[in-house]
Design a protein around this ligand. Sequence first.
Ligand SMILES: *Cc1c(COP(=O)(O)O)cnc(C)c1O
Length: 382
Amino acid sequence: MSTTSGLPLRCWAEIDLAALERNLRHIRASLPPHMRYVAVVKADAYGHGLHQVAARLMHAGADLFAVATLAEAAALRELGPGWPILLLSPLIPDEDRLILRHDVAVTVSSLAEVQRFESVAAAADQVITVHLKIDTGMGRAGVWHEQAPAVYAAIRASECLNLAGIYTHYASSDDDPKFTHEQRERFRAALDQFANLNTEDLLIHADNSGGLETIERAGPFNAVRIGLLQFGILPRPGSLLADVEPDPVFSFRTRVGLGKELPAGTAISYGQTHRLSRNSRVAILTAGYGDGITRALSNRGQVIIRGERCPILGRVTMDQTIVDVTDLAEVEAGDRVTLIGRDETAEIGVAEFSGWAETIPWETLCSVTKRVPRVYRTALGV
Ligand SMILES: *Cc1c(COP(=O)(O)O)cnc(C)c1O
C-alpha cells in the first residue's frame, strides 16, 4: 500500500467505508422507521476524514449531518448542495454573516442569539433555519430548560427564523440511565409548555450513540444523532444496543523499522523507565506520539505483529516506539504492525487502546495526527 504521493506507508489509518455503510444500515434497521438519522461528522468525522465519510453516509441513507464548526459545514456543503446541515456548537458573532452563505441550520440557546440571527436574516431579506437547544442537565450549549419557553416564543415570533428542530443532549447516556430518563422528562416538560407546538413538523432529537440503549420508540422523538456507533464502536463495552453489532471501521497501523537484540539489564528509551529482565529481541516501530501513539501507552500498551501481541517497552517517543518481540519466531524490518484493528486472529479495539491511554474512544480517534494518511477501503477490498 502506498499514498497518493507514491511514498510507502510507514504509519497509516485504514478506513473501511463498507463497514461504515453497514453500521448505518444496521442502526437504522434497529430504529422505528419514522426515526430520522442525523450523522454526526464533526472533528473531521471523528478523525476518519469528512469528505469520504460523509459521501458514503449520504449514499447509505443519512438524513442530515451535524458538525461543530462553520469550516466543517463549508467543507460538507461542497459535497452535497441541499443536504441539511446542523451546526451543534455556538457561533461567535463574527461568524453570523456566514450562516446564509453556507446554508446551515444553527443552534439557538439564548434570546441574544435569536436577535443576532434575526438581524442577519432581516438584513439579507432571507430566512435562517434554527434548531432550539434545551439544556436539560448537561450544562453546556442550550437554554436551561426552565427558561426555554421564552426562547421558543421569540423564535416563533420572528418572521426571519424558521424553527426546524428542538433538541437536547445527554450528559451520561452511556452509564446513567436514571439521569438520562430525568433529562428526557425535563425535555418533555419543556415541550409541554410551548404554545402551538406541533412536533410532527419538527425534528425532535436527543439520543446519541449511548442514548440508543434506552431510546423511546414512541413520544415526541423522531430523530437520533449518531457519531461513535456508526464508526463501529460501542459507547461502553457490553452496551446493550439491541440488534446492533457494529463492525470496526478504523484501523491504525505502522511498520517495524528495525529489529535488534539487546542484552538483559539494558534500560529502554527516554528516562530509562524499563529495564530488560532477559536477553531480548526488540522491534523499533516507525511511529510514536507524533502520529497518535499517545505517550500514556509507555510501558503499558500492546501492538500486534504477525498475529501476536507484543508489549510496548519504555517511553513512547515522537517518531519511534519500542516493542518486545522476543517471543516471536521471526520479525523483519517492514513487517506490518497493528496498533488498532485486526491482524490474523488477534485484535485490539479502539476501546482497549483508549483504556491503556486512560481516555475515551472519542478522544483516541481525534488524537491520530495529521501526519497519518487515511487510506480508504471500499466494498471491493481495494
Ligand atoms: C458529538 C455529539 C453527538 C454524537 O455523540 P456520539 O456519542 O458520538 O454518538 C450527538 N450530539 C451532540 C450534541 C454532540 O456534540
